[in-house]
Design a protein around this ligand. Structure first.
Ligand code: SAH
Length: 232
């Protein structure tokens, strides 16, 4: 089944962007996922196809109009159960668990904001999930949508070389991932940890777990705390 993405944006030409390359690009060609863009500009008003206006109450910047967004949504929104997601720094902070949930569904419909964002009333009329990709402000939702798609697409069946690689990596176990090494075994003064050459799979697994736990404790006390909480 094809994982379907729709994007409502002022800049359709930004897609598929970097997702046209590598594993995601091949998966797009192979129709493991599909991408359809909808140009918000087409729903704009007047000769200039304006989609935004100045904020009530004053202040800098422009706000995307709710009526225009609504017309665009009504004309292009999914008829299936896919979530409508507005990328926003005010949204719920994206976690790997959300990515897993989105990837296991039918796909998603993304709304990309620009300028100061969108008129708040759009959220009163439509059921829209607001998702943030981090505590910093971008100039538009397009890169955020691409990042969310990237995280989902690599989890789709058949996209990554080995389906196991999605299971072991950072966050999926609540821990950061253990370190990786490849050939040569000895490089300059630096040797690969000997245990990895031992062929003892049990010992390697416990070494990796210990490494993952140490890295998480040192680098991400927040993750470490909830990991310990979940083990109790
Ligand atoms: N004035 C807004 C920021 C607007 S940034 C505020 O302070 O909350 C312009 C657009 O970029 C937003 O509408 C949103 O779609 C996108 N964007 C910016 N930062 C983002 C983030 N961290 N995560 C997801 N989308 C973001």
């Amino acid at each position: 089944m094809t994982w379907q993405v729709d994007v409502l944006t002022l800049f359709p030409e930004m897609f598929p962007g970097f997702l046209g390359y590598s594993l995601a690009g091949r998966a797009l060609e192979d129709q493991r996922w599909s991408l359809k863009t909808h140009a918000l500009r087409e729903f704009g008003l007047g000769r200039h196809k304006a989609v935004d206006d100045t904020p009530f109450g004053g202040g800098a910047g422009m706000v995307i109009r709710a009526d225009i967004l609504d017309t665009a949504l009504e004309a292009t929104k999914p008829e299936d159960d896919r979530p409508i997601i507005y990328l926003s720094p005010k949204g719920r902070l994206l976690q790997q668990a959300d990515v897993v949930r989105y990837a296991s569904g039918q796909g998603a419909y993304f709304i990309c904001g620009r300028y100061e964002g969108v008129d708040e009333r759009i959220f009163q009329k439509h059921t829209i999930e607001e998702v943030s990709i981090g505590d910093y402000v971008l100039s538009g939702g397009e890169p955020a949508a691409l990042i969310l798609m990237d995280a989902c697409v690599r989890l789709l069946p058949g996209v990554m070389g080995s389906d196991q690689s999605g299971v072991e990596e950072s966050f999926s176990s609540g821990l950061l991932e253990y370190p990786h090494y490849t050939k040569p075994a000895q490089w300059d003064d630096y040797a690969v940890p000997e245990i990895l050459l031992s062929g003892n799979h049990g010992a390697i697994a416990s070494w990796r777990k210990e490494q993952a736990e140490n890295a998480t404790r040192q680098r991400r006390p927040d993750l470490w705390e909830s990991y310990q909480g979940n083990r109790k």
